[in-house]
Design a protein around this ligand. Structure first.
Ligand code: FAD
Ligand code: UDP
Length: 374
């Protein structure tokens, strides 16, 4: 039996910790926050009893059957389909861009093939291999839709012009030539019935796991353990010696109302003049529950300062060199594995985080079994 330390009680720390505990190791998990589940944390609003997604809206979706079965082991799930709306130019449209969006936006009654041909006319086909967000948008939906739905929103969300961002950010969103307005195209989609925090508590509920909240990890603590898994910020581990990797942070302006404020869970705001990116109305994430009151968050994105919570890794092209230096340092550091969204400085959905956690733990255990240094 060995003693392992996990830094961070989000999905990364919880999943890896559970795998190690299940084969008989002693696991300590520390988190500087007062709760588990990291950025996926949910809690009930004391006034309305609505389940709040405290660090922004989280919808579970995956094609990975093992991960789907894994999360269902620890929580019951309710069917949930993410249907997002966006307000732009005084109208409400459906996202991701689908046949309804196209017909409404251009005032047409096109059928799928006609819409495809029409959008191809709008598209800038001279862009053969889109590298930036802007090129990707102009190539696949054309300038009008880009300006109405993506340009302003992206500028607000990322704090820079879409020509500075990689095409991969937009590739996450489909364009559909039918009326399917499901935001995701994964096989499984749902919401944990009692919230994400209850789900993560279920993963952590093992006699070999000790969780210490309000506890910040210091590097000197590593020597007390046989190995450390670090899911905090990669640059923070090395005291920012190579500089700070860029993150966006979010501010949430909470307000309450009666009944139904906006009729859906997520309303985006496509235009730059509106200072927030979206409004989330949390009760719509639990449509099986009934509440008289309602709680909404206006979401603002800005540059992440030293005391702010890092949310989105920006990964600008200019940061590649700094990131490379940190990865080199991480590779030279024995006894520590860097995992998760912050530890690897990548945007990871929850299902990918869990998949990588399961794989990391299994790989680690097989190294240990072979007596190799990790
Ligand atoms: P985190 O959840 O960030 O956990 C890391 C933990 O480490 C934190 O609790 C932190 O307090 C702790 N920590 C850091 N440093 C230290 C330290 N030095 N000492 C002690 N503790 C420390 N994914 C989806 O699949 N669907 C969605 O709809 C979705 N929506 C999202 C919306 C937003 C606004 C954001 C930002 C992300 C969203 N995600 C979504 C992604 C999801 O949040 C991540 O996949 C998940 O949080 C990653 O888990 P993690 O454990 O790697 O990191
Ligand atoms: N995006 C946009 N307008 C929208 C929704 C998304 O411009 O109404 C862009 C934005 O740059 C965002 C990216 O598309 O970061 C990916 O969208 P997604 O919904 O996946 O954003 P996330 O879940 O990361 O907030």
């Amino acid at each position: 039996m060995k003693n392992y330390l996990l830094v961070g009680a989000g999905f990364s720390g919880a999943v890896i910790g559970r795998e190690l505990a299940e084969v008989g190791h002693q696991v300590t998990i520390v988190d500087s926050r007062s709760h588990v589940a990291g950025n996926c944390h949910t809690e009930r609003d004391p006034d309305t009893n609505v389940m709040l997604h405290v660090y922004g809206p989280h919808i579970f979706h995956t094609d990975d059957q093992e991960v789907w079965e894994y999360v269902n082991r620890f929580s019951s799930f309710k069917d949930y389909t993410n249907r997002v709306k966006t307000t732009s130019r005084g109208q409400v449209f459906s996202l991701p861009i689908n046949l309804h969006t196209i017909n409404q936006f251009f005032g047409k009654t096109l059928r799928p093939d006609e819409a495809k041909a029409f959008i191809e006319q709008q598209a800038d086909t001279s862009i053969e291999d889109p590298k930036t967000f802007e090129e990707q948008a102009l190539r696949f939906v054309g300038n009008d839709l880009y300006e109405a739905f993506f340009k302003g929103y992206t500028q607000k969300q990322w704090g820079c012009h879409p020509s500075k961002l990689p095409a991969s950010i937009l590739k996450r969103l489909p364009v559909r030539f039918n009326y399917n307005d499901n935001y995701f195209f994964h096989r499984y989609q749902g919401m944990p019935e009692h919230g994400y925090t209850r789900l993560v508590e279920g993963i952590l509920d093992h006699p070999n796991i000790t969780v210490k909240l309000n506890t910040r990890f210091e590097r000197s603590q590593a020597q007390d353990y046989d190995h450390v898994f670090f899911s905090g910020p990669l640059d923070g581990f090395f005291d920012y010696e190579q500089g700070r990797l860029g993150y966006r942070t979010l501010d949430f302006e909470k307000f309450t109302d009666k009944g139904d404020y906006q009729g859906c869970a997520v309303m985006n705001y496509g235009e730059e003049e509106v200072p927030y990116t979206r409004i989330t109305e949390h009760k719509h994430f639990s449509p099986w529950e009934e509440h008289e009151g309602t709680v909404c968050y206006k979401e603002y994105s800005r540059e992440c300062g030293p005391d702010d919570i890092p949310y989105y890794p920006i990964r600008l092209v200019e940061e590649k060199e700094m990131l490379g230096n940190y990865i080199a340092l991480a590779n030279q550091t024995t006894g520590v594995s860097f995992v998760g969204r912050l530890g690897t400085y990548r945007y990871l959905d929850m299902d990918v985080t869990i998949r990588e956690g399961l794989d990391a733990a299994r790989q680690f255990l097989s190294h240990v079994e072979r007596g190799e240094t990790v």
